[in-house]
Design a protein around this ligand. Structure first.
Ligand code: B16
Ligand code: MG
Length: 219
């Protein structure tokens, strides 16, 4: 196995749990339009861009909107979402993440972010994690959403690292597919039964050390 030189992290569901805030804000949008959105339906939106998520939600409710109204509704949703995100503090960083990134830094492994979110920098700043990332590839930079490999290929290029020397950490099926399409190793954060295409799956970083990563991939 080639040496690991860079690690690329998804944001929502890996570094921090903002899916609960997306759900509240999307559900409000659905309610405003006269229908409800279940938690199961919200699960399908993980890793999916804002406007693609809106299209999926409108299809669930059987609602058709003009392009202008879609933009307006998405903007209202985002304002509500950001208001909720502003409640977060550095303590909302998911367990073990800060320690794991410190381990990577000590081992001179490069660190990048690969997120579909256009709010990635604001959120990282809010939880005081911005300084860990040598590059941030977010929804403002990519033209093709996950499962397209673009987000992670851009991240590896920024870090001057080859895909085969890069590992992606992802909680979404579309994100794992993006990593594999990029020719990278994929660590799924969540459940094996869901993230079937990941090379390994762990529940989170609480009990996952750099030594475990090296053991899994550098044997
Ligand atoms: P925004 P990730 C994704 O973040 C979320 O999982 C997804 O639910 C959201 O729609 C998307 O970001 C866009 O977010 O509205 O903030 O631009 O998991 O790719 O970090
Ligand atoms: Mg995610």
């Amino acid at each position: 196995m080639p040496a690991i030189k860079a690690c690329l992290f998804d944001l929502d569901g890996v570094i921090v749990d903002t899916a609960r805030f997306h759900y509240i804000a999307w559900r409000q949008l659905a309610n405003d339009l006269g229908f409800d959105l279940s938690e199961e339906e919200n699960e399908k939106l993980k890793g999916i861009s804002r406007m693609e998520s809106l299209e999926i939600i409108l299809a669930i409710g059987g609602v058709e909107l003009s392009e202008e109204e879609k933009s307006e509704r998405a903007a209202v949703k985002n304002t509500r979402y950001l208001e909720l995100c502003m409640q977060m503090t550095p303590d909302d960083t998911l367990p073990g993440v800060r320690r794991f990134l410190d381990e990577l830094k000590s081992a001179s492994i490069k660190i990048g972010l690969g997120s579909a979110s256009k709010n990635a920098k604001v959120i990282l700043d809010r939880i005081d994690m911005l300084s860990y990332f040598e590059t941030i590839v977010d929804g403002n930079r990519v033209t093709k959403g996950k499962p397209d490999p673009q987000v992670f290929l851009m991240g590896a290029a920024d870090l001057q690292t080859l895909p085969e020397n890069s590992v992606v950490f992802e909680d979404a099926v579309a994100g794992v597919q993006s990593a594999k399409a990029a020719g990278m190793l994929a660590v799924g954060i969540g459940e094996k039964s869901v993230l079937t295409e990941a090379d390994i799956v762990v529940p989170g970083f609480r009990d996952f050390q750099l030594a475990d990563l090296l053991e899994a991939f550098e044997k």
